[in-house]
Design a binder for this molecule. Structure first.
Ligand code: SF4
Length: 355
């Protein structure tokens, strides 16, 4: 007996979204290949409106603190790292970290995000001491994203601890957040092609599960614009949605674009138009993630057009050596960026401590 496949159409998908039904991976593929920008915006805004008041958006002022650039992972898309044997490697002392946080506070920000390399010379105690010292010095005046999952996995492995135990030790040192950074594209093929020393996708989600189980907060991220296929993008989104179904642990989803300059991989940046379409598709597909963030760090104020494509939140970045080394340009003219959002009809509101 043969079954007849139901034809995928825009009215069919639109009816599902209007009824708060989940779209399938095949429907997401159809939207990417066939829907107009206006159709994607329309559907993404409907999903956005389930979580947020129309015409509102939120933002934070964030400084990424790159505490070390020494790394053994050797990802071919990275222009930031130095091998332990290379000249130019560094580890920031605590005083230098404090100075960066003080400057962030002066600029009106209160979110620091730590991002460094897989440095074999840094034991778990370095991280615990640093984070405990920050809590002792700043209390709740600032919040910090302590590491990405990728770094968390490396330091747990390096300390020969299960992820659960490493998460508990960091929590005891005052850590509340470990973000989903370092995920790029979560397919085993992508990891084998571009960062085979980093982790497997299965390990990534084991670590994120341990983070959630320890009572820490976490997020989902994604980077597009390497050589990933549409199927790989969809696999990443589906794995993210499945993880959220199981845990409800993801506070937000942030996607940004690969900056190819000075990297071994190289290539050409994807267009803002492609980024915006992907944001919309992510908003429609990730119907269980409350917050979709757009990346000013890699798209400058053009990122704020993402508010029309389903995003509701963004950072005003102060510094990030990783993306700056690969070509990102950061502007501290916050008023200009916020006015861009206002001119689109949105009322940006500062959110002080990440929820
Ligand atoms: S992306 Fe991160 S893990 Fe990969 S080489 Fe660069 S610093 Fe290391």
């Amino acid at each position: 007996m043969s079954t007849t496949a139901v034809e995928i159409t825009y009215p069919g998908i639109a009816a599902k979204v209007a009824h708060r039904e989940r779209i399938t991976r095949d429907e997401a593929r159809w939207l990417w290949e066939n829907a107009s920008d206006a159709e994607l915006r329309h559907l993404a805004t409907q999903v956005r409106d389930r979580f947020h008041q129309p015409a509102t958006c939120t933002y934070m002022v964030m400084r990424i603190i790159n505490y070390t650039n020494v790394c053994v992972a050797q990802c071919d898309y990275c222009a930031f790292y130095k091998l332990p044997t290379q000249e130019g490697g560094y580890v920031l002392p605590q005083e230098a970290v404090f100075a960066k946080i003080d400057e962030l506070l002066q600029l009106g920000g209160d979110l620091a995000a730590f991002n460094g390399g897989f440095n074999p010379h840094l034991p778990l105690a370095y991280y615990c001491d640093l984070f405990a010292a920050i809590r002792a010095r700043y209390g709740n005046t600032i919040e910090f994203y302590a590491l990405t999952i990728a770094e968390f996995m490396y330091l747990a492995d390096h300390a020969k601890l299960p992820y659960s135990e490493a998460a508990e030790k960091l929590k005891a040192a005052g850590v509340r957040w470990i973000t989903g950074g370092g995920s790029e594209i979560l397919t085993e093929d992508f990891r084998a092609r571009h960062s085979k020393f980093k982790y497997t996708v299965a390990e990534y989600f084991q670590a994120q599960q341990a983070i959630v189980d320890a009572g820490l907060k976490t997020t989902a991220t994604m980077v597009i614009g390497f050589d990933e296929t549409l199927d790989e993008r969809l696999e990443h989104l589906e794995r993210t949605r499945n993880f959220q179904d199981q845990t409800q642990g993801l506070a937000s989803f942030l996607c940004w674009t690969f900056k190819p300059y000075f990297t071994q991989l190289g290539g050409i940046e994807i267009s803002t138009a492609e980024y915006l379409r992907h944001l919309a598709l992510s908003r429609i597909f990730l119907d269980n993630v409350p917050r979709i963030r757009t990346s000013v760090l890699t798209q400058n104020e053009q990122a704020l057009n993402g508010l029309l494509y389903g995003a509701d939140d963004f950072d005003l970045p102060v510094e990030d050596e990783v993306t700056q080394k690969a070509g990102a340009k950061i502007s501290l003219d916050f008023d200009r960026i916020l006015n861009y959002a206002r001119n689109l009809g949105f009322n940006p509101t500062y959110r002080h401590v990440p929820e």
